[in-house]
Design a protein around this ligand. Structure first.
Ligand code: PEP
Ligand code: CO
Length: 453
């Protein structure tokens, strides 16, 4: 392969590179008209918000904040409903309250939401009963039903995904701006399906304490009501579908800067997946040209030198907050892989913020062939990662989870004792297994408790 041209960049320069994991559309004219429609629509986010997030991620890298990035593995079109959206916001708000309290640091809340519709797949085809059809790649590309028509890659789904991202984000903004996230009333964040009796005691105690202290601040006259009434909430998704992402890329003026810049205005943050992070690949080429903060997923087999080159390619000016290295090694593999990576990044003097995704390295299949993850392994990876960072003199600035506020039965373990035989009770995910409400809350407590030490 020829040497990448690092000087010239455009939202379409990735087209000269190999792009893995892309859909194959039969009707290129239909695709072009769908992309034109998306490109002509108003932006979902503002460049000022994107830069604010980048700054906050930089502060997380210095230990002044902590990032909670969480949401579905893949959002489904049917989940764009008022209840599903507010439940996702509620669980992230509840967890962030626990983390703020335990870690004594502001929490940066980033949803895997309002655009997380595409999935990378290991196999192009799925075979069932002797019939092979294209794999399901997320609702933005094809349908999950094992039928020829559903599995066809349809560009009209790109437009639909964009419309639903817009509804979702609008609803999140209305909830956050309208006072739903008011820290003086955390009781509003309670999930309906979790009975009074099952609200974790510690959480109820914590909300009471928060209410008392905010009341006290108000009495002192020192409260800033707006600060208490609303929280910041950011969106993110995997930067996977390059046709779609480049349609969302705009040349816009930057608050306080002399020159305009290229921003992806479809989400605040994008991440580069473990399967598509080749240094000379199309994904790195696209992402290097936009100003948004970027995540890079790094698995246990990554070559540290290659990750250093990738970070340098994506962040040539070494801007703090631009790159979050999201490690996803798998429990038991952190000690073997993370110290070398941290050492290489440190020696190269590149600014990165570290986060840990303890989900994607810990997938297992039950004897009945059900994809699951064990709460104990998820926690073990987090603890190993935190320990290695402590020993290496680096900081773990955040965590990345696949979870939901719903009462699903997708991951085993946790205090509720969810076992393999319970998995079929409410297994909903369109892709990977997520922590359910009580598993997520328990995880937040364990992080608050363990990491504060
Ligand atoms: C994901 O975050 O959904 C994902 C596919 O992760 P990874 O690229 O780390 O496997
Ligand atoms: Co996933």
């Amino acid at each position: 392969m020829s040497k990448p041209d690092l000087v010239h960049w455009s939202p379409d320069s990735w087209r000269a590179r190999t792009a893995l994991q892309q859909p194959r559309y039969e009707d290129s004219e239909l695709l072009a008209s769908c992309l034109r429609e998306i490109a002509g629509r108003p932006a979902l986010v503002h460049q000022g918000e994107v830069l604010a997030l980048r700054q906050q991620i930089a502060e997380a890298g210095e230990g002044k904040r902590f990032i909670l990035q969480a949401g579905d593995c893949a959002e489904r079109f049917v989940d764009c409903s008022p209840k599903s959206i507010s439940d996702k916001l509620k669980i992230i708000l509840q967890m962030s309250l626990i983390l703020v309290y335990g870690l004594r640091r502001p929490v940066v809340r980033i949803g895997r939401i309002a655009g997380q519709y595409a999935k990378p797949r290991s196999d192009d085809l799925e075979t069932l009963g002797g019939i092979s059809l294209p794999s399901f790649r997320g609702d933005i590309i094809n349908g999950i039903a094992f039928e020829e028509e559903a599995r066809r890659h349809d560009p009209r789904r790109l437009v639909q995904a964009h419309t639903l991202s817009c509804y979702t984000l609008n609803s999140l903004r209305a909830l956050v701006e309208g006072g739903f996230a008011d820290v003086r009333h955390p009781e509003m964040w309670k999930l309906d399906h979790v009975s009074e009796h099952h609200q974790p005691r510690l959480y109820t105690d914590l909300s009471d304490r928060v209410r008392e202290s905010t009341r006290f601040m108000e009495l002192l006259g020192g409260a800033n009501p707006d600060f208490m009434r609303r929280v910041e909430f950011f969106t993110s998704h995997e930067g996977l579908l390059l046709d779609y992402e480049s349609a969302l890329t705009h040349w816009v003026s930057v608050p306080g800067a002399e020159k305009p810049g290229w921003f992806n205005l479809g989400a605040h943050m994008l991440w580069l997946g473990e399967r598509t992070r080749q240094l000379d690949g199309a994904h790195a080429e696209y992402l290097r040209g936009i100003e948004n903060p970027l995540g890079i997923k790094v698995g246990p087999t990554a070559d540290p030198a290659e990750i250093v080159s990738l970070v340098q390619c994506l962040n040539p000016n070494n801007v703090p907050g631009r790159i979050t290295v999201i490690t996803r090694m798998g429990a038991g593999r952190v000690r073997g892989a993370l110290p070398g990576l941290v050492k290489a990044l440190h020696s190269a003097k590149v600014f990165v913020t570290y986060s840990c995704d303890p989900m994607h390295g810990n997938a297992i299949k039950t004897q009945n062939g059900i994809k699951t993850r064990d709460f104990a392994s998820i926690l073990a990876e987090l603890n190993e990662t935190q320990a290695v960072h402590k020993e290496s003199g680096s900081l773990l600035g955040g965590v990345h989870f696949e979870l939901t506020g719903e009462n699903v039965t997708e991951c085993i373990g946790g205090g509720g004792g969810l076992a393999e035989e319970h998995l079929t009770q409410n297994y909903q995910t369109a892709c990977d297994p997520r922590l359910n409400y009580s598993q997520s809350m328990e995880m937040a407590y364990l992080i608050s408790d363990g990491f504060a030490k």
